[in-house]
Structure formats: C-alpha cells, structure tokens
Design a protein around this ligand. Structure first.
Ligand code: SF4
Length: 367
C-alpha cells in the first residue's frame, strides 16, 4: 500500500517555514507557497510558476495539497448552502455558507461527529469518529469558496459546525493562524469566532494563542436544565464556566462574549428563565443570540410560539441585555445550528428507532 504523504495545509505558515528550512530552502519560499495555496487557491504544483521546475517536483514528492473533496452542495430557499465534503480516508463532514446583506459567513466543522452528545443536536447523536486535521479545516474554506457564486467572497468564519472546537485545539489553533495570516487568507481576527460548549480549561488557552471572538453555547440558565441539554455541564457547571469567563482579560462592550441560546418550548423559554439569564450573566460583557429550536428527528424539542419567544426577548431587552432573536438559517436543508449530521447517520438512527433500540430513547429535559 502506498503511504500517504503529509498534507502541506497541515503546516501553519510559521511551521512551513521551519519545515522547508530543514530541506535547505529559504523562508520566502514558504510565503510564496502560502500565497498560491490560500490567497489564490492554486493546488497544482505545476501552476506555481515562480517556484522553479526542480523545486516544484521536490515539493510534489513531499506533500499532498488537497485534504477534502466537495461531494454535494445543497441550497436552502433562504440562500444558505450546505456542502458535504469527503476526506482522503473517506470520512464525511459538512460546512455551511450563510450569505447576509453585509457579510458572507462560513460555518466550519472541527470534528467528524462529536463526543459531547448535547441532547438537541443531530451531530451529538452520531458520536465522535475523529478530529479533523488543520488541512481539513482549511479545505472547508477553499472548497466552499470555489462553490460560491461569482462576486461573493467569505468575509466571516464561525467554528460552530460539527464537533467541539476546544477538544481539537492542536488543529484548530494552526487553522486560525493560517486564516488570519495576511499572506494566506487574510481574514481579520475580529471576523473569526470560535464556539465552545464550555470546555473550561481550554478557553484561556485558545484566547492566549489566537485573538478570536469567543462564543459559548449556553442554552440554559440553571445547572438542572443545562445538565440535560449540554451534558458537559455535569463536568463544568455554570458557576465554573461563568467564573472562568469573568476572569478573561480584554473583555469589554466592544469585545464581548457571544452567548448562543437555543429556545425550546417548555424547556428554557419562560420569563423566569430570561430573568435567571440576566442574573447569571450580570457583569460579563455579553451579546446573546437567541435562536428558536429547529425541530429534527434526532431531538425531542420544538421551538416556542412567536408570542413566547417575543415575551422572552422582552425580558432580556428590558433587563439591558444586548440580545438578538435570530431566525434559524438553512433549516430546510438540515443546515441550521444543531442539525448538521450526515443523512446516512440520520437514516441509521431512524432505523434503530423503528426497531425500538432502547439505547436511543431520548431523555426529556427538566422544564
Ligand atoms: S451542540 Fe456542538 S458540542 Fe454539542 S453535541 Fe452538537 S456539535 Fe457537539
């Protein structure tokens, strides 16, 4: 069997410089390669015309350049597109492009599946297959950029797809460094947001390494409800999570923490829940994104009525919380938050449900 060569995109620009130095090549060669690969999206060594024939051959013997192939793109009626991508080992993952008036946001995955088993999330129902490599995270950007209509470019990145980014920091950090490198993708760090369900010990590590925005998937204002929705809460309860966030340096109203709150009927949508949220987030520069639940077959939750959602938002706004009620994007193509999971995994789960697999019985959260 032929051994796979390393993928050049697994090396962030500084590491590539070091790697090439070991081969006796000067640092500026790494800059040239980074420019071809990321800024121009060229992956064929023969097209990198300022590298010289011998060097192109050497590099082609040393490195692969593509980590992912785009299998399909589905388009939602609201303009959102979901790409299904396949890695070299056959692993399949998803990435989502969300066009808005003033920006185009790409939502990337960091793991194939996810080990955290949040009870409202289709990805969580799949379990974890493996972490994605740095090159596989970056190739989601490149493959989805190639599929964009003429004249559109990706302006913002959110690490909110399949997986928990903070459980894959050795690959996420080099990917972010490449995304924000002016010679590579050149995305401004303020346009990159990394989301976590609350892996407390790794939050400070992430922000020390890369100056990105932090989003926290909160979803509940009490440990009782959050233990069910986000089981990681049993390990890192709200007091520990919020205590760690309060200690983060450089937070301000201009640099807040983004909190995601999926609103679920009868679970976390009461006036008392909104008041509790105001209380537990007091003193943290915060922006709260409230997103009505997208009903899907892998979770026993539904969105509340528009009236209940608006009452919930009213309490937050009157309490001085910067908060937005967002509409779920791409729900008709299973591309909304918490819906990313492969169709085949969905089908397997439904088959298990049909034959009454007791291990798949959903747990109803405490209201
Ligand atoms: S919500 Fe995020 S952390 Fe939770 S199971 Fe889904 S992908 Fe994993």
């Amino acid at each position: 069997m032929t051994e796979l060569r390393p993928n050049i995109k697994d090396f962030e620009p500084a590491a590539l410089r070091e790697r090439l130095k070991q081969e006796g090549l000067p640092g500026y060669r790494a800059d040239q390669i980074v420019g071809w690969l990321y800024a121009r999206g060229v992956e064929d060594w023969e097209e990198m015309t300022d590298l010289g024939q011998d060097l192109r051959r050497t590099l082609a013997d040393m490195f692969e350049t593509r980590a992912l192939e785009l299998e399909t793109v589905q388009h939602s009626i609201d303009g959102t597109s979901k790409g299904t991508l396949r890695a070299r080992d056959g692993a399949v993952l998803e990435a989502v492009v969300i066009p808005e008036e003033d920006r185009t946001t790409l939502c990337v995955s960091t793991q194939v599946g996810c080990p955290l088993a949040c009870s409202f999330c289709a990805t969580g129902a799949m379990g974890l297959t493996r972490n994605l490599t740095t090159g596989e995270i970056l190739d989601q950007f490149i493959r989805m950029r190639e599929a964009l209509p003429e004249g559109r470019s990706i302006t913002n990145l959110v690490f909110m797809g399949m997986g928990e980014p903070l459980l894959n920091l050795p690959n996420v950090i080099p990917a972010v460094r490449t995304l924000v490198d002016p010679k590579a993708f050149g995305i401004a760090p303020r346009r990159v947001t990394v989301s976590t369900s609350g892996v407390v010990p790794r939050i400070a590590e992430l922000l020390e390494e890369v100056p990105v925005n932090l989003a926290v998937s909160l979803h509940a204002a009490t440990d009782e409800v959050r233990d069910v929705l986000v089981p990681l809460n049993k390990k890192f309860p709200l007091s520990e999570l919020l205590g760690a966030l309060r200690k983060l340096p450089r937070l301000s109203r201009r640099h807040p923490i983004f909190f995601e709150y999926t609103l679920m009927e009868g679970v976390n949508d009461s006036v008392a829940d909104a008041r509790r949220l105001l209380k537990i987030l007091a003193g943290i520069p915060a922006k709260l994104n409230v997103i009505p639940m997208n009903a899907h077959p892998d979770a026993p939750y539904r969105p509340p009525s528009a009236e209940v959602a608006s009452r919930f938002m009213g309490v937050l706004v009157r309490g001085g919380m910067v908060s937005t009620l967002r509409r779920a994007r791409g729900s008709d193509i299973d591309a909304a938050c918490g819906q990313l999971a492969l169709r085949e995994a969905h089908d397997q789960l439904s088959r298990k449900a049909e034959i009454g697999d007791p291990t798949e019985a959903p747990t109803k959260p405490a209201a």
